[in-house]
Design a protein around this ligand. Structure first.
Ligand code: KG4
Ligand code: ZN
Length: 337
């Protein structure tokens, strides 16, 4: 079954064709980073408008690169939520109309369920169900027990900022630019952690929840007191920030694996591209005798291949979208009921 996936929840307009939920025939991602760069963050209205401009060409390119005629698309899947409502509406409405025009089924997909598929779509061995996955992105930080493609339970999540959001805010504060996650990651590789000390919020508490706003505020206070550090001191501060964020993320994932009693763990989401996190997690997993699965870099950030794959599993389960369906801004993935 060839599923056309469409993703427009934030600032990437993406389309992909995936065969049988497993083989990526094409995956096109048009980023709006340059558009939002001057504002230091995503401007929702601009994001929606640029999705409208980009979506036709992005979908056409995904179909052309998959070497298919549109009639060979068997179904359409689109991100229904969570995300920016105006942005979501573009891809979701486009998907409805596209499927209606082709007289093919379509289905809405939760963006976070999509991210969880990325580890199963990555090259190399896939984790076996059940496993626990840490989802770290610009909008979310959560741990899930994954029993099947769509059968997930939320074990814990951030109570305030997402990890990627904290990276982006700290990068902006330090004058590094936007989006800041990858920039901090790069600079942290050149610095020494520990010269300044930052907190590891909630690392040792009993829950699997996170809190990153205190870590961000600790950096704000350092900058208020001493200004933005330069040279080695700046690299050192980013290294300590990265060490603090990764310490908490990795500790919680280890605790989740122990709590649920699984030996396989996975990382997904935009922050899963972080070199420090990948390295730290790999080392800790080895110490705990766990097998860790890291996604391909091309599948960490927002993409439509993960949406097409999730859509395939929904369609196989008999789920279908209705024309009256609407987008939503908050995920219910993994919650009871
Ligand atoms: O999953 P994603 O593309 O979009 C959301 O669903 O939010 O994640 C984007 C987030 C941004 O906050 C970005 O700064 C962060 O992922 N990110 C990174 C790295 N690459 C992207 N954060 C830390 N280190 C990186 N290498
Ligand atoms: Zn995402």
């Amino acid at each position: 079954m060839h599923v056309l996936g469409i993703e427009s929840s934030c600032d990437e307009t993406a389309a992909a064709v995936v065969s049988d939920g497993q083989t990526i025939l094409s995956s096109v991602v048009a980023s709006q980073v340059k558009i939002h760069h001057p504002y230091g963050g995503v401007v929702p209205e601009l994001a929606a408008r640029h999705h409208i401009e980009a979506i036709d060409a992005v979908v056409a390119q995904a179909i052309a690169e998959a070497d298919l005629q549109p009639g060979r698309i068997d179904a359409v899947a689109a991100t229904q939520g969570p995300g920016l409502v105006g942005a979501l509406l573009v891809g979701f409405s486009y998907a409805k109309s596209y499927a209606y025009g082709l007289q093919k089924p379509w289905v809405g997909v939760d963006h976070l369920i999509g991210h969880l598929q990325s580890i199963l779509l990555s090259k190399g061995p896939s984790p076996h169900f059940p496993f626990v996955a840490l989802l770290v992105s610009g909008g979310h930080t959560a741990i899930y027990q994954v029993r099947g493609h769509l059968d997930v339970t939320l074990l814990g999540q951030t109570r305030d900022d997402a990890a990627g959001e904290a990276y982006d805010k700290v990068a902006k504060l330090l004058g590094l630019g936007y989006p800041g996650g990858a920039l901090i990651d790069k600079l942290a590789g050149q610095g020494e952690p520990g010269k300044v000390q930052l907190p590891r919020p909630m690392r040792d508490d009993e829950t699997l929840d996170f809190s990153f706003s205190g870590l961000k505020s600790a950096v704000v206070r350092l900058v208020q007191e001493g200004g933005i550090p330069q040279g080695d001191a700046l690299a050192g501060l980013t290294a300590e920030f990265q060490a603090a964020a990764c310490d908490v993320l990795v500790a919680k994932l280890m605790a989740a694996a122990a709590l649920v009693g699984v030996s396989e763990i996975a990382l997904v989401g935009g922050v899963a591209a972080n070199r420090g996190l990948r390295e730290h997690l790999t080392n800790e997993a080895a110490e705990h005798g766990l097998t860790v699965y890291l996604p391909d870099l091309s599948l960490c950030g927002d993409n439509a291949a993960m949406i097409a794959a999730a859509g395939y599993h929904h369609l196989v389960a008999g789920h279908r979208g209705a024309l009256k369906d609407d987008v939503y801004s908050r995920s219910r993935a993994g919650l009871p009921g």
